[in-house]
Design a binder for this molecule. Structure first.
Ligand code: AMP
Ligand code: GLY
Length: 425
């Protein structure tokens, strides 16, 4: 098979690593990819939103499957465009990716099908939102821009004044662009967060593994929200009892609801959950692998990933016996100091060769490129995802932090408490 992966982050590097292990994969391409992916795939200079170019490249290079890693092209309908051109694609069509693309849609879906989530109201008018906040709201309260906002469109407001500012930020100043044309205001929940990634074939859902993300930039969960500064998998808090509840009340009901709405979901659903005192609740859905969640989950997948992708596309996931190694994994993100606000890039990275041939430590590239002289340099806020496998979570964490020392670049920044919760389990 000739395979094209669309995207350029650590998630796509982890997908590329899994695909390159498949005996079925002949040629592997990535658009646009990065300097790390280039060791596994031929990177082609086509942006993830350049649908016409992706379609013509796929035709010209006899691509048998396109794997879409990122949210923007999924929500924008890349899979639909590929299918129209007769090209097989792994990922949801636009009418199903809306589960991530519109928080108002996903909240309404959960309400209609009794899937446990925070109580909420939706607004497309700032004055009505303000009136609601002034008359009915209890604080803290959560404001969410409806559309895609790089994980940053969620504001937790302690007071009415904060919330009034939030409405202005989202709906009037349009800080998140058209994502703020609509807004969800929802109940503030408390509890531990767990991410669960799953494969879905339109009707069947099989979960991969649980993980816990660390979204804030600073140690001790301080600072701004980021795309994710590291994570560990599996989560010791995702117990058998929690799993039973989620399978029955969240996972299958979500997949059934999408099918019943005429929006069958094929691809990956990432369930963002909060384990509240009243039981597990959905925080959000994503229509793709998480980043860095993919980096701690995919290295443990024992199946041929192309078999699994095929089964998801063809509605045959029931035939797949999904297997994961019983190792634990921890990923520590090496970022550019200043991320997620302002940071310099273009610094050479040294020590990458220390990962060559390692079976239990991986360096996934998130934001890297080759400079004019062919050196690998930093090219983003999140630069590398250092992942280690271990016999248990503590072992994996120790190895991951050890491996963070193998590479260096100016500006290198990381959190030092990834996996701290492991000690509380
Ligand atoms: P989301 O993008 O919807 O997952 O929200 C980003 C982050 O905001 C989550 O990971 C939570 O930490 C927090 N969050 C979102 N919704 C709520 C809520 N209803 N109650 C408390 N925290 C929330
Ligand atoms: N790490 C969170 C996400 O991929 O959305």
């Amino acid at each position: 098979m000739n395979v094209l992966i669309v995207g350029s982050g650590g998630r796509e590097h982890a997908i590329a690593q899994a695909v390159s292990k498949s005996s079925r994969c002949d040629r592997l391409y990535c658009a646009p990819g990065n300097a790390g992916i280039a060791a596994l795939a031929e990177c082609v200079p086509i942006g993830a939103m350049e649908f016409d170019k992706i379609v013509s490249f796929s035709k010209e290079n006899a691509i048998d499957m396109v794997v879409v890693g990122m949210d923007d092209p999924l929500v924008g309908g890349l899979v639909d465009e590929l299918e129209k051109a007769g090209i097989r694609a792994f990922g949801p069509r636009a009418n199903a990716a809306i589960i991530e693309g519109s928080k108002a849609f996903s909240k309404d879906l959960m309400k209609k099908y009794n899937i446990p989530t925070a109580a909420y109201e939706t607004f497309d008018d700032a004055d009505k939102a303000l009136e609601y906040l002034r008359t009915k709201a209890e604080f803290p309260i959560v404001l969410k821009a409806d559309g895609l906002a790089l994980g940053k469109g969620v504001l937790i407001c302690e007071t009415l004044a904060d919330a009034e500012d939030g409405v202005k930020t989202i709906m009037q100043d349009k800080k998140f662009g058209s994502a703020g044309n609509k807004m969800v205001i929802e109940e503030f929940m408390t509890g531990r967060e767990v991410s669960v990634l799953s494969f879905v074939d339109g009707k069947t859902v099989k979960i991969m593994s649980s993980a816990q993300d660390h979204k804030r930039a600073g140690d001790g969960d301080t600072g701004l929200n980021t795309g994710g500064m590291g994570n560990f998998s599996p989560s010791p808090f995702y117990t058998k009892e929690v799993d039973d509840f989620c399978q029955k009340n969240i996972f299958q009901p979500t997949v059934d609801a999408m099918a019943a709405e005429g929006r069958p979901f094929h691809g990956v659903i990432f369930f963002g959950l909060m384990l509240t005192p009243k039981g597990p609740r959905v925080l959000e859905y994503n229509a793709r692998f998480g980043d860095p969640e993919a980096q701690v989950v995919l290295p443990r997948l024992e199946n041929d990933i192309l078999d699994v992708f095929d089964a998801c596309i063809d509605g045959k996931l029931g035939d797949i016996d999904l297997k994961f190694s019983d190792k634990a994994a921890v990923c520590v993100v090496l970022a550019s100091d200043g991320y997620p606000v302002k940071y310099e890039k273009g610094f050479p990275i040294s020590g990458l060769e220390n990962f060559d041939g390692k079976e239990d430590a991986f360096c996934f590239h998130a934001g890297t490129k080759f400079d004019e002289s062919g050196r690998i340099v930093t090219n983003g806020g999140r630069v590398l995802g250092i992942t280690a496998l271990g016999s248990d979570l503590k072992d994996a964490r120790r190895k991951a932090y050890e491996a963070t020392e193998w590479v260096s670049f100016d500006n290198k920044y990381m959190r030092h408490d990834i996996g701290k919760a492991i000690d509380e389990a």
